[in-house]
Design a binder for this molecule. Structure first.
Ligand code: 8GT
Ligand code: MG
Length: 143
């Protein structure tokens, strides 16, 4: 079933989400751990969050990364966008690759934050929607 048909027949709310794949010069990626009380608590995540009304995904990305990990994005490049159907909702995830930013990222809302080698990413640690993107990142040939 294509994403379009899926959306038409599922009648589930569509939630747009923008997240950052923040990568440093050592090919490490900055991740956070989802807080208790959130869905998929304790799982790893790319920092980011829901796109609000009147916001573009890129504006949401910049706002969320400032709020959640205290960085100011200088350059963000759309890496992939797709929809994923969860039991009660469909999320449209926009993943942005970020290699230029200001400030050191940290878990500004009390969540753990850490750097991990790109080749050591593990899709089993993320929400199920992330599987495809983790596979793509693992298959990238790094310099
Ligand atoms: N941030 C983030 N959310 C993800 C990822 N993968 C994934 O399925 N999601 C889902 O996207 C949805 C929105 O993300 P979020 O919980 O960060 O939203 P938010 O920052 O606006 O949080 P809030 O609802 O507590 O205000 C959640 O249902 C979350 O499970 C990911 O890698 N990063
Ligand atoms: Mg969030």
């Amino acid at each position: 079933m294509t994403a379009l048909t899926q959306k038409a027949v599922s009648k589930k709310p569509l939630i747009k989400v923008a997240v950052g794949i923040i990568r440093n010069e050592f090919q490490q990626i900055f991740l956070t751990r989802r807080l208790e009380g959130k869905d998929f608590a304790q799982s790893w995540e790319f920092p980011g969050g829901k796109v609000e009304a009147n916001e573009s995904p890129e504006q949401a990305l910049r706002r969320e990364l400032e709020e959640e990990i205290g960085i100011m994005v200088i350059k963000a490049e759309l890496y992939e966008r797709f929809q994923f159907e969860y039991p009660k909702k469909v999320i449209e995830l926009s993943f942005y690759l970020i290699e230029e930013w200001l400030n050191q990222p940290f878990g500004r809302e009390g969540q753990d934050g850490f750097w991990i080698e790109q080749h050591a990413l593990d899709s089993g640690q993320f929400p199920p929607a992330n599987k495809k993107i983790i596979e793509r990142l693992l298959s990238e040939k790094l310099d």
